[in-house]
Design a protein around this ligand. Sequence first.
Ligand SMILES: Cc1cc2nc3c(=O)[nH]c(=O)nc-3n(C[C@H](O)[C@H](O)[C@H](O)COP(=O)(O)OP(=O)(O)OC[C@H]3O[C@@H](n4cnc5c(N)ncnc54)[C@H](O)[C@@H]3O)c2cc1C
Length: 394
Amino acid sequence: MSSAETFDVVIIGGGAMGSAVAYFLGLDPAFDGRVAVVERDPGYARASSALSAGSIRQQFSTPANIHMSRFGYALLRDPSLLAVDGAVPDLGLVPRAYLLLAGPAGGAHLPAVHAAQAEAGARSALLDPADLAARFPWLATEGLSGGTLGLEGEGWFDGWALLQAFKRKARALGAVYLDDEVVGLDRDGDRIASVRLASGRRLGAGQVVDAAGPLAATVAAMAGLDLPVRPRCRSVFVFDCEHGPHDAPLTVDPAGVYFRPEGNRFICGWSPGEGDADPDQLELIVDHPLFEERIWPVLAARVPAFERLRPGASWAGHYEMNVFDANALIGPMPDLANFQVIAGFSGHGLQQAAAAGRGLAELIVHGRFVTLDLGQFSPARVAEGRPLVELAVI
Ligand SMILES: Cc1cc2nc3c(=O)[nH]c(=O)nc-3n(C[C@H](O)[C@H](O)[C@H](O)COP(=O)(O)OP(=O)(O)OC[C@H]3O[C@@H](n4cnc5c(N)ncnc54)[C@H](O)[C@@H]3O)c2cc1C
């Protein structure tokens, strides 16, 4: 193998996660290694990072998720670190709250979840139905026991711009992007020795990073590993509603339906709950009946103005669902020390790409987390049967 084909770090997948890792490696003065990012879909036609709803919140049940999103928000608010040749990227941040509504059953947990969030530094207000009605006159509060409203650090942004900003900066800092597909991993005992590409190239690798998003388990399987990350198809629907609440927060109904303003339109979607079918699905197919049969009835009941809406475009993307505990997997796989995972974000990865990418880069360069301890997200917890359950999956 020629030395030109050997890299200190080979990152599989150049979406937001892979590009964030490459960027933070390049940024670290203690790192002077060579980084290759292998991306099979350089136009990102199917990448989750390009098909995301691009929203960010502080309201999680896992404190470490709050800390990750807080760092993500800081970067969105001030993206000057991502400037290349003096050009600071516009990441399109719209600061706006999330409003998480609770039905009768969810209400009992609200004070405890709210207190835990406050403890982790997330500011939110606990609202009862009267507060909700006073604050959001467009909202029908029937069947609600209350809700929580973020008070800072929430909103939405341009996911495509964030991905491209990470990528551009990573390249400026020396990362090499290869338009190719990883088709095999060669093990040498407890290490991955090399990475095989569809083009026939073989890359020697010091460290290998699995940042393949919804295909993370497919890549891990090339090393004989079982990763509980599954591609789960999610549809997003755009609609117009002239008299709708254009200043609304990102609102999540207890029935799993969410909506938020997008420019002068709205977008919405639905997350399956316990008991709902949610098969693995690699094809990206919009579930058109979902809007008519499931989403619109909930929207119209919760926001009477939405009884008169005009459906528009729609798209489908993959959640890279961690079916073990719906939380991220960040760090080395047990028994395969140089195979690092950054996957399984279960629908909230884009906002966490910065913190997760920085954390994994620190682990690679320094052997430990330096700025934010992400040890709880270690993939080792899967084999050990220690779930770190995130309840707020939207
Ligand atoms: C509809 C929808 C709404 C969402 N809403 C939000 C939200 O509001 N907020 C939020 O934070 N997150 C949201 N997410 C989740 C978020 O988009 C993802 O968690 C995040 O983008 C994952 O980034 P990634 O880089 O891991 O995956 P991807 O962007 O999918 O990148 C992985 C890349 O790996 C490449 N790849 C795979 N296999 C190989 C291989 N063998 N060789 C080479 N390359 C390979 C793929 O081509 C792909 O480009 C949403 C996702 C969807 C689908």
